[in-house]
Design a protein around this ligand. Structure first.
Ligand code: 5GP
Ligand code: ZN
Length: 115
């Protein structure tokens, strides 16, 4: 953990200090519904360990498991017709919460390219 984790809302969610609707949890990851959903299904998957964003990650197995977890969570939510996964990185990527998270968006068609 680095110092940024002290005031991080997603660390607080991972530690159950903030309440949220949890969809999935194991030792390493937690998935919960986005507070401001942009799709009928909008779930965030995060590692419990604090990483600021993708650029801070050098743990390749963790990244692999993050995506496999996202697939499990999407299946669990019945997104058989497909879904979108998004990781925003930094200011130009539109990142607003500085704890690595993967968005799962489903339940409607998602056009490409995004805005
Ligand atoms: P970003 O723009 O960083 O990729 O996405 C951050 C996401 O976190 C946004 O979609 C935002 O709605 C969501 N979010 C921010 N604060 C909270 C919170 O306290 N609880 C939950 N469940 N989601 C949050
Ligand atoms: Zn954090």
């Amino acid at each position: 953990m680095n110092d940024d984790s002290n005031n991080c809302i997603f660390c607080k969610i991972a530690k159950k200090e903030l309440q949220t609707q949890i969809v999935f949890e194991n030792e390493e990851f937690i998935a919960f519904n986005d507070i401001k959903p942009v799709s009928p299904v909008h779930t965030l998957v995060i590692p419990k360990k604090h990483y600021k964003n993708l650029l801070e990650v050098n743990d390749v197995p963790m990244l692999g498991k993050l995506f496999l977890t996202a697939c499990d969570v999407a299946k669990k939510q019945g997104l058989d017709e497909g879904f979108r996964t998004v990781i925003n990185t930094g200011d130009n990527g539109g990142q607003t919460v500085h704890h690595l998270h993967l968005h799962i968006l489903g339940g409607r068609f998602h056009k490409w390219p995004p805005g």
